[in-house]
Design a protein around this ligand. Structure first.
Ligand SMILES: Nc1nc2c(c(=O)[nH]1)N[C@H]1C(S)=C(S)[C@@H](COP(=O)(O)O)O[C@H]1N2
Ligand SMILES: [Mo]
Length: 499
């Protein structure tokens, strides 16, 4: 009964949410609130342990905990319906609290968790009443329950379960009624200025580096959204406001009618550990963000561009960093942005980590100051200003790999966005640093691959790598954690050469 009541409550809330805003679904709202409240060591652990499955793991974990609590409340309700009633009420209130704290939801959204609360309590008490009559206690040594009562209890339970399934499925269906894929498919993007073709020598994929351009399917994904915000290009509006001379409101059509430029840019996440995979490269198509800001007229003193996404996530970018190469991007590798990468419109500002520059599902841009506003991750102790650090990574050999002794080609990537990679060196077993061969440079805002031929004696080895950028800075061996402004240190790989 506990399980049935809670399932009915969640399904009813999900259905009501689908009619108002899919994000108001109590289950999703609680999950999203949990993400926002999770202390960063736990979040870092989740990202490390589960990678991009972290969201599935969170939702599954929530389902297991709720199911266990519901079953327990059911068992405790043998003598009276109070424990089950209290649990249904408490879960409903948690849903209400979660929805109230979601920044992107209006007051009407509380009706979804309130529906859950009422449905949970009513269903539990009704079933409990029927069950009491169907399966009375044996205290008086008498059995009052009739076959009719039992049938009624079972039929009601089955009917509630069936209705909950229908409500849940209808909720999903209605929630998906904003047809993002149709909106995407209808768009054809042809940049007015295409990116130069990628030269053949831009990667050393044969030696173990990634391909120079990351496919949309393989592009790393990092965000706080449990369900991807669903916006149609037709409905999209961007308001540019705050410390500006003229407020602007832009539509997707407005963007299409402006000059579309294509730029090859590497995006990188501040959570990337030394040696991590959270960097990818794409051909982004979009309009110049700097031109838009010039049109709006940024007032003196405005040093922060705060951007908001449809789900309420916020990002603060230094105005001085919004250079001529910053884009309001609508395309990625020749297609409209995939939904997970920010459709219909996102920001791309080369040189800055994603959390201070790469707002997906962008809907609002406000010129303000760093003194006046702290963005999402800044409130959680990450840095206000976070240029990407010069970094290098070993892709071959892999950690603890066994490779043949003798001639061996090691390879990897390096990046120093906005500056350019000047030199990559490696050393074996703490020996002398040796220069590697670099791939053909595409531009200073993208990664660059390196390779080097080694002569390996048999035995255990450690390979280390360091990059030097065009400002003359060489990566030091001093390690830094990703928080607050990006990991630092040399990537090292322990491996064995076998003769
Ligand atoms: N709306 C929204 N935009 C966001 C984020 C987010 O959580 N929500 N995460 C940012 C971070 S931390 C990074 S690293 C990049 C990642 O972009 P990608 O998922 O397209 O690779 O998106 C940025 N834009
Ligand atoms: Mo990130």
């Amino acid at each position: 009964m506990g399980l049935i009541a809670v399932a009915a409550a969640l399904a009813a809330g999900h259905l009501v949410a689908a009619l108002i805003d899919p994000l108001a679904s109590p289950f999703l709202a609680v999950g999203n609130a949990a993400i926002d409240l999770t202390p960063h060591p736990v979040k870092d652990f989740a990202i490390r342990a589960f990678g991009s499955n972290d969201k599935v793991v969170l939702l599954t974990g929530m389902a297991v905990v709720i199911a266990a609590a519901a079953a327990l409340a059911g068992v405790l309700s043998r003598r009276g319906p109070l424990p089950g009633t209290l649990l249904a009420t408490a879960l409903g209130l948690v849903g209400v609290a979660a929805v109230l704290t979601r920044p992107a939801l209006g007051p009407a959204a509380v009706s979804a968790p309130l529906t859950s609360l009422v449905v949970g309590v009513v269903v539990f008490r009704r079933l409990h009443g029927f069950a009491r009559r169907a399966f009375p206690s044996h205290v008086d040594g008498e059995l009052h329950g009739s076959g009719l009562d039992r049938r009624r209890f079972l039929f009601t339970s089955a009917a509630v379960v069936a209705t909950a399934c229908v409500a849940g499925v209808t909720g999903r269906f209605l929630g998906g009624r904003v047809d993002v894929e149709a909106s995407r498919r209808a768009i054809r993007l042809t940049p007015d200025v295409a990116a130069p073709p990628i030269p053949a020598g831009a990667d050393f994929a044969g030696a173990g580096t990634p391909a120079f351009i990351t496919s949309n399917a393989d592009f790393y994904r990092v965000d706080t959204a449990l369900s991807v915000p669903r916006l149609r290009a037709e409905d999209w509006r961007l308001r540019v406001h705050g410390m500006v001379d003229r407020e602007l409101v832009l539509t997707y059509e407005d963007l299409l009618s402006r000059p579309l430029v294509e730029r090859t840019i590497s995006l990188c996440c501040v959570s990337n550990e030394v040696g991590g995979r959270y960097i990818s490269t794409a051909n982004f198509i979009g309009v110049s963000l700097r031109d838009l800001l010039t049109e709006a007229g940024v007032r003196p003193g405005a040093d922060q561009l705060v951007t908001r996404s449809a789900d309420g996530w916020t990002c603060g970018t230094p105005v001085e960093d919004v250079g001529g190469d910053a884009l309001l991007a609508i395309g990625m590798n020749g297609e409209p942005l995939p939904a997970e990468h920010g459709f219909p419109v996102r920001m791309v500002v080369p040189g800055l980590y994603g959390f201070v520059s790469a707002t997906k599902w962008l809907v609002d841009a406000e010129l303000t100051t760093f003194a006046d506003f702290d963005a999402y991750w800044v409130k959680r102790d990450w840095a206000r200003r976070a240029p990407i650090k010069t970094m290098s990574r070993i892709d071959r050999p892999k950690a603890f790999e066994q490779v043949p002794a003798g001639r061996f080609v090691a390879a990897g990537v390096a990046w120093a966005q906005h500056k350019g990679v000047d030199k990559v060196e490696v050393r074996i077993d703490g020996g002398a640093w040796r220069t590697t061969t670099l791939s053909t440079e595409v531009n200073v805002d993208t990664w660059r691959m390196w390779r080097v031929e080694l002569d390996l004696p048999a035995g255990a080895h450690t390979l280390e790598v360091r990059a030097t950028d065009r400002t003359g800075y060489t990566q030091t061996g001093d390690r830094a954690e990703p928080i607050p402004d990006g990991a630092a240190g040399w990537h090292a790989i322990a491996f064995t050469a076998r003769s």
